[in-house]
Ligand binder design. Structure first.
Ligand SMILES: NC(=O)c1ccc[n+]([C@@H]2O[C@H](COP(=O)([O-])OP(=O)(O)OC[C@H]3O[C@@H](n4cnc5c(N)ncnc54)[C@H](OP(=O)(O)O)[C@@H]3O)[C@@H](O)[C@H]2O)c1
Length: 290
């Protein structure tokens, strides 16, 4: 039986893997940041030395986008050095699926972004994630980068849960309407990762590795549209007003356009990306049932 480890197991994506693992044929081990700190080189070396690991879903990341502006070293230690630590320590046969972000792009084209688009990270978090991606692209180990966007889940902290919390407190909300992207339900991302893994296991083509692939749900919306749909589907009556980014300044700049073209992942791994409203419905049902 294949042994899979999930790093950053207490995060949104890590928790979704835990949910999926219940019905899986694989032997999963879930490692929180306390169990394995990926920025600790000797800890990573020892873990991968002492345990037979066939697959790593690297969900560990420093994701505090605004705080990263003042915690650059911490962001780098996890998002760049942490990835290198894993690559250096993993065996030749081990497969890693690593996750990265739409924030590495700053396209102005209004066209869905392909993997070969030039990167132009808009903040320190994105610079640190891009450095991690580059380690994978340069490596000869079996690893891929899945870049995703606007991740939410019934677990952890995210936009969907923030909107539901704020609706309890306020009668009116102002939401940015000039940042355009595609939400991604972490459960869909975890599920797609298992499909991808299955193809990676059986592929004889080394060129499938050390590449970037995009994965998000389908749809082109603003944060305002997203909030509107969250409230509609939850039958919450609240007044929401669209505002430009300039009226909601944050320490870290975000790209105005980050819609990912997911055709490469669909073609390579035979994956159907799911429409964002359908996935949101499933997540909201899960949140309401808890
Ligand atoms: N969230 C988004 O909107 C979004 C968008 C695009 C891409 N992504 C990428 O998608 C991936 C999954 O994101 P997510 O939303 O699941 O993130 P998340 O909920 O913030 O989870 C990240 C996890 O990583 C752990 N972690 C932090 N430092 C670590 C270290 N040194 N060693 C081991 N674990 C560590 C954290 O543990 P502690 O809580 O104990 O620190 C946390 O459990 C990340 O690579 C992220 O960059 C996310």
């Amino acid at each position: 039986m294949k042994n899979i480890i999930v790093t950053g197991a207490n995060g949104q994506l890590g928790m979704e893997f835990k949910d999926l693992a219940i019905h899986s044929k694989f032997n999963f081990t879930f490692l929180t940041s306390n169990d394995l700190d990926i920025s600790n080189r000797s800890a990573v070396d020892s873990y991968l030395d002492e345990n037979k690991v066939d697959v790593i879903f690297n969900c560990a990341a420093y994701t505090k986008v605004d705080l990263a502006e003042t915690e650059k070293t911490k962001a780098y230690e996890v998002n760049a050095n942490g990835v290198k630590n894993i690559l250096d320590a993993m065996s030749e046969d081990c497969i890693m699926i690593h996750y990265s972000t739409d924030y590495v792009y700053q396209s102005l084209s209004g066209i869905a972004i392909k993997e070969n688009e030039e990167t132009y990270p808009s903040n320190i978090y994105a610079v640190s994630k891009l450095a991690g991606d580059h380690h994978i692209l340069k490596s000869d180990k079996k690893a891929i980068v899945l870049r995703t966007s606007w991740v939410y889940s019934s677990f952890g902290h995210n936009f969907v849960k923030t909107m539901l919390r704020l609706a309890d407190k306020f009668d009116e909300l102002k939401i940015v309407n000039d940042q355009i992207g595609s939400p991604t339900y972490a459960k869909d991302l975890a599920s797609a990762s298992l499909t991808i893994l299955n193809v990676l296991f059986h592929s004889n083509d080394d060129a499938i590795f050390n590449k970037v692939y995009h994965y998000s749900n389908l749809g082109t919306i603003s944060w305002f549209d997203f909030a509107n749909e969250i409230f509609n589907q939850s039958n919450i009556e609240i007044s929401i007003k669209g505002i430009p980014t300039s009226e909601y300044p944050t320490p870290a700049a975000r790209p105005a356009w980050s819609v990912l073209d997911c055709s490469l992942v669909s073609e390579t791994f035979d994956i159907q990306c799911l429409p964002w409203k359908e996935s949101l419905k499933i997540c909201l049902q899960k949140i309401q049932s808890e």
